[in-house]
Design a binder for this molecule. Structure first.
Ligand code: ADP
Length: 549
């Protein structure tokens, strides 16, 4: 195949600059809100490419970023891969030891770092041999007192705004991202140009995320993890306006940008939207032109979908993983539901949805047999396709239990119904095994979060002498709620929907549920910190004994 037909990222940049030169890129940074056009974006991206080349970055070299979502980070997204180098987005919220490990393994030559994250980087890098020889560029107009390095603006100053972009093979690595390491040491996933190209194209189909040139797109999901779900690439390919919410955006920042910049589509994990709901209710503000929120990374609670429906904002529920660049399924209802009533459509919209065109799935039980698509039988979801990785960075695929014959074994336990809607029951490690039977923590959480006066909830399995594991719920009540009354309401609600043995043996109240570095509820931390056996002392044993049901 000729290089000229390669599936590379550069074509998206070319299209945006030439077809939409006046479309805006808006960015909230520590310096304030800035805006420029795609034309200027293209020029700055070329200047960065010239600066990187002058610095000595070559094809195959890795360049790290330690940044929130802003225009300069976005410039690295196209510039670094388009010169043939590889963009390694580092999650700054990972533990120090993980950051040292991944910087060492990735062998980054240069790291772009935000001012607000410089103290964190300084602490991680101090005395660490993994950082020897790495230089830093500070994302802004000025240098920093904490980390030595030139400012980004000085780095690209005086460089030409034209770059003779090379032809790059589609198999060339363009990106690198590590899993967030909630289940052990982070593992690297390398994204080739072809993976990112095909992920972008599938995202832009009507079966994906509805991004158009008339849209204003704001990824709240961080650019330091799985390329903000590919939104910066997809929005550029479509010619949409970009809005980047900057360092640690809180709900007030997010709502302000939605209202002032006319954001039509945004994306993030459920906890972001739970916080936003609280803020919007308290501040009593509207969401202006917002039409769509892509929610993924964890299950979107049904109550959240209803809340936004009431405000004419559609939640598009997506499922994905770092290993698949990251989107795999999206809950767009099939055409057969066009005339269905609200509740029927909602039932499908709360699932993780239909697999994107380009991918294939199967569901496999413990014996390695495929289970039927009947909405009942469950097993592990396997997936394969052009943007699904078949190995981890630096580790031979044969050493891993996660891959088989081109399939990625996701570790997610799912059912698939006759129509192909995938419903994630649980992560394999989160499913609660009570007396040999399974309880879905996700389903219980969904029902608990639909209860009035509940702000946040997780359900984890705690070990139990007789029943292996029993569910315990951890709930954050809304201000002023009475815990005793709330526990009763929750148990009544669950009791009406689920068999007695599914009901949590205890409901514990917390001020906040701990979050992972990507903003999801961290069940691992909850388990470690709170769930010891003492919590379930006194639980009614008959509740756990489902054989009496
Ligand atoms: P990301 O941070 O992109 O979500 P990770 O690789 O850290 O990727 O996490 C992937 C895991 O998150 C999936 O294996 C799955 O367990 C969970 N997940 C992602 N999306 C959903 C969803 N919509 N519903 C339920 N679980 C989800």
């Amino acid at each position: 195949m000729s290089d000229k037909t390669s599936q590379t990222l550069r074509s998206f940049l070319w299209r945006a600059v030439n077809l939409y030169p006046d479309r805006e890129v808006v960015s909230r940074t520590h310096e304030g809100r800035t805006r420029y056009t795609y034309k200027e974006y293209g020029e700055r991206t070329a200047r960065l490419a010239n600066a990187l080349s002058a610095y000595g970055i070559e094809k195959g070299d890795r360049v790290g970023t330690f940044c929130w979502n802003h225009h300069r980070h976005f410039e690295t997204y196209f510039s670094v891969p388009s010169i043939g180098a590889q963009l390694h987005t580092i999650n700054p919220l990972l533990p120090d030891t993980h950051i040292r490990h991944i910087v060492d393994e990735a062998d980054d030559q240069l790291i772009f770092v935000d001012h607000s994250l410089a103290p964190k980087l300084a602490a991680v890098a101090s005395g660490a041999p993994e950082f020897e020889g790495i230089e830093f560029v500070l994302m802004g107009e000025t240098e920093s007192d904490t980390v030595e390095g030139v400012s980004y603006e000085a780095f690209i100053a005086g460089r030409s705004s034209e770059y003779d972009w090379p032809e790059i093979e589609e198999t060339q690595p363009a990106g690198l991202c590590y899993t967030s390491g909630t289940t052990g040491e982070p593992k690297g996933v390398e994204y080739t140009h072809r993976m990112l190209w095909s992920h972008t194209m599938a995202t832009l189909t009507p079966q994906g995320i509805p991004i158009d040139d008339g849209d204003t797109v704001m990824p709240v999901v961080p650019m330091f993890h799985v390329n903000a779900w590919g939104f910066p690439f997809a929005a550029t390919a479509a010619g949409a306006k970009h809005v980047y919410p900057g360092p640690s955006p809180d709900p007030e920042d997010v709502v302000r940008l939605i209202r002032e910049e006319g954001v039509t589509i945004t994306a993030g994990v459920p906890t972001v939207w739970l916080d936003l709901i609280d803020y919007v209710e308290d501040a009593d503000v509207g969401l202006a032109d917002l039409e769509t929120i892509a929610v993924g990374g964890a299950a979107a609670p049904e109550s959240m979908i209803r809340w936004f429906d009431d405000r004419d904002v559609e939640i598009v529920h997506a499922w994905g993983m770092t290993e698949l660049s990251p989107i795999g399924t999206v809950s767009n209802p099939k055409y057969t539901l066009a005339d269905a009533d609200y509740e029927t459509r909602l039932r499908r919209r709360t699932t993780q949805g239909l697999v994107l065109p380009g991918l294939e799935i199967r569901v496999v039980d413990d014996e390695g047999e495929e289970v039927p698509w009947d909405g009942e039988a469950f097993g592990e979801l396997w997936i394969r396709g052009p943007w699904v990785t078949t190995e981890y960075f630096g580790r031979p695929a044969t050493d891993e239990a996660d891959f088989e014959g081109g399939w990625l074994k996701t570790g997610d336990i799912v059912t698939v119904d006759e129509e192909g809607y995938v419903d994630v029951v649980d992560r394999a490690e989160d499913v609660i095994k009570s007396a040999g039977e399974w309880i879905s923590s996700i389903e219980l959480e969904d029902a608990i979060m639909a209860t009035d006066d509940v702000a946040e909830a997780v359900v984890v399995g705690v070990s139990h002498e007789k029943y292996q594991e029993r569910p315990v719920a951890f709930v954050v009540p809304t201000d002023g709620a009475d815990p005793d009354a709330l526990s009763e309401t929750i148990l009544d609600r669950l009791g009406a929907e689920y068999p007695g043995w599914w009901l949590p043996d205890a409901i514990e109240y917390l001020e906040e549920i701990p979050k992972t570095t990507t903003g999801k509820f961290s069940k691992a931390v909850v388990r470690e910190r709170y769930a010891d056996e003492a919590l379930i002392e006194g639980a009614a044993p008959e509740r756990a004994d489902h054989r009496t049901e």
